[in-house]
Design a binder for this molecule. Sequence first.
Ligand code: SF4
Length: 170
Amino acid sequence: MAVSKSLEELCEIAIRLGAAEAKVIKAGDVVVRDWVRLKCQYGCDGYGKRLTCPPYSPTPEQMRRVLSGYNSAILLRFEPGWEKVHRVVASLEREAFLSGYYSAFGLTSGPCPLCKECNLKNCVHPELARPSMEACGIDVYATARGAGFKIDVVKTRREKPRYFGLLLVT
Ligand code: SF4
């Protein structure tokens, strides 16, 4: 594939765009588990409220098939402030695409923050809205830990969660 940037250069761009850390990983190291979707369906008050969330987002089964079509991905860590994850991931996906990685696809964290209320029919920001990793059945804890990132369950409101995004690249 003729590309004008290396994956490492894309990691540097991710940091310039606002990620705290970026690492190249194997797409096969992204962990998908069927139970993740249950956590969305039972326990998240955002279930069914955004086109980027279940039941609209890809199922774990679909995600496994999608991942099998990729070799490499870039895992992104963010400091608190998950709203920016969506814009950074979308910008990085665009950079990767324009660099020749025509199959680049981004995944984010949390519900889509781009509209006050999602119309649940036709996305008004298709260039920016991407499903979160967990909405597609990705076990973010296992995937992040496998890549060497520290991530723990947040137990109190005082603790600051860590947010992650993913760019499937090639
Ligand atoms: S950009 Fe708006 S319409 Fe599109 S998924 Fe997000 S909230 Fe829904």
